[in-house]
Design a protein around this ligand. Structure first.
Ligand code: BTN
Length: 273
């Protein structure tokens, strides 16, 4: 007679270590999930009871991107959502665009040491680039649950996955740490570094907002470049004059007027000069 031993899947993450080192109070871990943001929205009420909480998966199969976009990923990518109580964020509603920006900066700071000798940058409102290729996408959402308001920050970082099986349009503009360096990373350590960096940036934002803003502007790939911004069905062409204290993009049009945009997508931007 043969005995089959069914091994329980071992998460590629050290969940207790994540909690100990980040202040995360609860991790909702699933080996496979369609979308960490979608699960965070559906469990928002109980997750707010244990916020800051994390929804984490090793295999996200139907990730959501901004607008109607999808987020392509395979095993080895870091895909998770942080659930925060909006009350605890110490950010007035009109400055909540800063959340995406701060998250982008946190990911950029955490990823930069993994890709030495390469330029890392943030691309307003919420992408992280290595060179001009996207390595991380961020989807920040706000939802009510009963009388509380939750902020869900969904983060997808291409770490140990390869973009080679991705559809052509994804492959052309995205990169992964593994594809760039040929090295695998400890996903727990990368996740901890991102959350710790985000916590530190949030604290610094309330103490010295100007310093954080100038760090974001220094890391912004768009500053000084000509670009086209899409808002709804309108397009706005101009030169990027930076990111302001509310997290809005400042654009100088050809006519010399200055306009601020709190949302939108940059559809084209001038290549590196
Ligand atoms: C974008 O660039 O359009 C945003 C992509 C955000 C992807 C992340 S992966 C983890 C989290 N769960 C999702 O379904 N989406 C976000």
């Amino acid at each position: 007679m043969t005995t089959t031993v069914r091994e329980l899947p071992v998460p590629p993450f050290d969940l207790p270590l994540i909690c100990r080192q980040t202040g995360i109070r609860h991790v909702e871990y699933h080996e496979t999930l369609e979308s960490t943001n979608r699960l965070a929205v559906s469990l928002l009420k109980p997750l707010l009871e244990v916020a800051p909480a994390l929804v984490l998966t090793a295999n996200q199969t139907a990730g959501r991107g901004r607008g109607s976009n999808q987020w392509w990923s395979t095993a080895g990518a870091l895909t998770f959502s942080i659930v925060l109580d909006a009350e605890s964020m110490d950010l007035p509603v009109e400055r909540r665009a800063m959340i995406s920006l701060l998250t982008g900066l946190a990911v950029r700071n955490a990823v930069a040491p993994l890709v030495p000798n390469r330029t890392t940058a943030i691309k307003w409102p919420n992408d992280v680039l290595v060179g001009e290729q996207k390595i991380c996408g961020i989807l920040a959402e706000q939802h009510n649950a009963g009388d509380r308001c939750g902020v869900i920050i969904g983060i997808g970082v291409n770490v140990n996955n390869s973009l080679s099986p991705a559809p052509m349009e994804v492959r052309q503009r995205a990169a992964s740490v593994f594809d760039l360096t040929g090295q695998h990373q400890d996903l727990t350590a990368v996740l901890i570094a991102i959350v710790a960096e985000l916590t530190s940036l949030k604290q610094r934002l309330s103490r010295s907002p100007a310093a954080v803003l100038s760090e974001a502007n220094a890391a912004s790939i768009l500053n000084g470049r000509e670009l086209v911004l899409q808002t709804g069905d309108r397009q706005h062409a101009g030169t990027c004059r930076g990111i302001d204290e509310d997290g809005a993009l400042v654009l100088e049009t050809a006519a010399g007027t200055i306009q601020r945009f709190s949302g939108g997508s940059v559809v084209t931007w001038q290549a590196e000069r």
